[in-house]
Design a protein around this ligand. Sequence first.
Ligand code: CTP
Length: 413
Amino acid sequence: MNLAGQIEQYLPRQLMELVKDISGQAANLGQKVYLVGGAVRDLLLGYPNFDLDLVVEGDAVKLAQQVAETSQANLLAHHRFSTAKLRYENFTLDLATARKETYARPGALPVVTPGTLMDDLIRRDFSINAMAISLAPNDYGELIDPHQCRNDLEQRLIRILHPGSFTDDATRILRGVRYEQRFGFEFEAQTAQLLKRDISMLDTISGDRIRHELELIFREKRPELAVNRLGDLGALHRINPSLKGDAWIAEKFDKARRLKKPSQLPSLYFCLLIYSLRQRDIEQFLARLNIPAKLSRAMRDTLRLKTSLPLLDKSSLKPSEIYYLLREYEPLAIQANAIASDSSMARRHLQLFFTKLRYVKTALDGEELKRLGISAGPEMGKVLQMLHKAKLDGEVSTRAEEKKLAQSLSLKS
Ligand code: CTP
């Protein structure tokens, strides 16, 4: 099967010119270049994916170095992994030397040795990701599918390539569910059985790798589908016994999407995921996933604020009171609670703080107060605070009103 037509239809011409240049240079060195992985899968499915992974039968780093010397590309080489990234103005290409992988023990990072394209395909997670397209000038566009993976794609099946796949690398449990839910595919029967058998293998995976896979899930359009499925399969329970995927999570994730830019969503999803957990379980989760300090702070704050929400559940609160109750919390914790709280009053107050109150500033600053005769130090601090409070509560709005209030405050003190 030749896919040159699909390449032309779905991939930008400018990008393919770069790829053809690389492949031509490889041919001159007696090397072959293939398109592999997700880009091949998506080309066959007819989905746009410009995130191209190239496998080189030969030496990817040497090839990339040569390409970088003769083009505008910026090179980032990893000699240890025999991989290289070429950054062009509008595109990035990942090159890797074809490799064989062996796993010394479950969950360990694989030991990598140079190999052929066939070695490189059989080491992969799922059949839908284990096809290649030749980019060599003499058979450009030819699909290479030694394991009849295209059948699985047509039958909408997620299949592992050997029975030890989840034991070798249990992140594939999370990856598999991500693909299953993204594409609306199903696990092939034996794969489903092995996945259930190997759920406990998640214990062999480092926190960083589990967190990375959850982040990938959180970049999906509707991550709640994968979260719920991981809950049903017992994978969430394995990561933390109190984690759940349910209709509540689904509703809150959906709400989060309407408020946040996609790039900021993963952190907010993390805060919502742990919203129903007790402090002890949150600590276990933070440690298990080695969550970085900033996000840990936001997640702990989410729970701390949740326990203080009754204070916000009063209609009589002035804006300044809301401000002083909330100003110490991480913005993410405020947003998570604004989405997740059961009290509509508390939600309204959180939203008011998040969208307005936290940005309120006085027009006058210390220098101007000095000019009004107020001396620097505790007195000025007090006046500034009173001005800010009055501004929050709408008692002053113009500069002149602030001046008047500052003067009357300084006379009193
Ligand atoms: N891969 C694997 N096992 C993993 C991770 C990755 O076999 N634990 C392989 C898969 O063949 C995958 C390729 O490496 O296709 C590249 O991985 P990644 O960039 O994560 O996935 P994409 O193929 O780009 O697919 P997507 O981004 O759509 O998930």
